[in-house]
Design a protein around this ligand. Structure first.
Ligand code: GDD
Ligand code: MN
Length: 375
């Protein structure tokens, strides 16, 4: 019998869940030739070591360990591309997804009647009661509804992280997937040119076994990322578009903070288009406002632009904030320097300023991606 199915499971800090998960797969998949592929992003808790230990005694278990990379979507894509199995599934490694659905999904794909089988938390007969997170159920519902509108993909749960398809279907389009964020199924369905025939399997979305979720707050932003992907994704990289949007919001925040500081804190008045403050007061207020905007940008980028690589804990956050500040300072020099140089070459003022801003944005983005959220 040849290999039928690869079950790809992205992992980040799931060490304690792996052994029992492989046992459950073994039980659920009797009579099927399968392999499991754990794609681990060098988890600090030693998940990859545990996976390799399992692999030593059960060669159906395979491990891909990625160093210096983070991200659920890209991990899933790499895992799916790393197998010879004709059918691939993606499943969470924290026991929230029931492996007993796999045989039915496989039968649907192998029948030739369907291109994609996926497990839905919101289909008729599904339940999210055991999840124990009414807040997430609500947020997911809203994000799903918007995602449906934006992409035209009409499923009850396009954000589901549990699905199966022919490896060939994925390979044909893998190079066009963005690999950003958590919504990989949606990504696949919205990217392919010919519509896919999808079969839904209602699932009981269980509570996570060990450890904690990595994307708690992200769901709220998932639809926004999906929207950008769909509308801008082919022109500019989605992450850069998000970074730029956050930057533009930062400008608004700086103006608001400056206004607030001068009027409410320093008691100055705004008359005939000028502040009544002296130069020093203004500069102090503007410095604080710039720091507020920078911090705002850092937090929002951490939550949204780099949600899949989010920094957490006081130490990581402080280091990230500092590095982001440094990156932006250098970006500011680029910005001002480029504009000054262009002006000397008699380029129109507005154009010179715009070029400065775009250059600084590219610079900030490149450096942040590499140094602040690179690990
Ligand atoms: N390799 C890798 N890298 N794996 C990751 C990363 C990462 O950066 N982040 C999370 N994972 C793994 C986790 O270890 C887990 O196996 C799986 O991806 C899902 O992550 P969770 O952190 O448990 O996500 P969740 O349960 O909150 O979110 C679920 O619902 C989302 C929609 O609301 C998942 O099913 C998602 O796939 C789904 O999009
Ligand atoms: Mn989970």
């Amino acid at each position: 019998m040849s290999l039928q199915l690869a079950v790809v499971m992205p992992t980040f800090n799931e060490r304690k869940n792996l052994r029992s998960l492989v046992e459950r797969l073994d039980k659920a998949l009797t009579g099927i030739v399968w392999e499991a592929i754990f794609v681990d992003d060098n988890s600090p808790d030693g998940t990859a070591d545990e996976a390799r230990a399992l692999s030593l005694t059960d060669p159906r278990v395979r491990v891909i360990e990625r160093i210096g990379r983070r991200g659920l979507s890209s991990a899933a894509i790499e895992g799916m591309c790393a197998t010879a199995a004709p059918v691939v599934a993606v499943m969470d490694a924290d026991h929230q997804h029931d492996p007993n659905l796999l045989p039915g999904m496989l039968a649907a794909i192998e029948s030739g009647h369907y291109d994609v089988a996926y497990a839905s938390r919101f289909a008729e007969g599904a339940s999210t009661e055991e999840w124990g997170r009414p807040d997430r159920v609500k947020a997911s519902g809203v994000a799903n509804a918007i995602a449906r509108k934006v992409t035209g993909v009409d499923l009850s749960d396009p954000m589901s992280g549990y699905f199966m398809l022919r490896a060939q279907t994925l390979r044909a389009d893998a190079h066009r997937l963005s690999g950003v964020g958590f919504k990989i199924l949606l990504d696949i369905l919205a990217t392919v040119d010919t519509p896919l025939r999808v079969k839904e399997f209602p699932m009981n979305f269980a509570a996570r076994a060990e450890g904690e979720s990595k994307l708690d707050r992200t769901v709220v932003f998932e639809f926004l990322i999906g929207l950008y992907d769909k509308w801008l994704g082919r022109i500019i990289p989605t992450r850069f578009a998000l970074f730029g949007t956050v930057g533009a919001l930062g400008v608004v925040v700086q103006f608001a903070a400056l206004w607030f500081l001068l009027s409410a804190v320093f008691g100055e008045r705004f008359v005939y288009g000028h502040w009544s403050s002296d130069e020093t007061t203004f500069n102090i207020a503007n410095t604080i406002a710039a720091l507020v905007a920078m911090t705002f940008n850092f937090v929002l980028n951490n939550e949204l632009t780099y949600a899949d690589k989010r920094l957490r804990g006081p130490k990581e956050l402080l280091r990230g904030w500092f590095q982001f500040g440094l990156t932006c300072s250098l970006g500011l020099l680029t910005n001002i320097g480029a504009t000054a140089a262009l002006k000397r070459m008699h380029v129109h003022d507005v154009l010179a300023v715009l070029v400065g801003i775009v250059l600084a944005a590219v610079w900030n983005f490149a450096l942040s991606s590499k140094f602040v959220w690179g690990k």
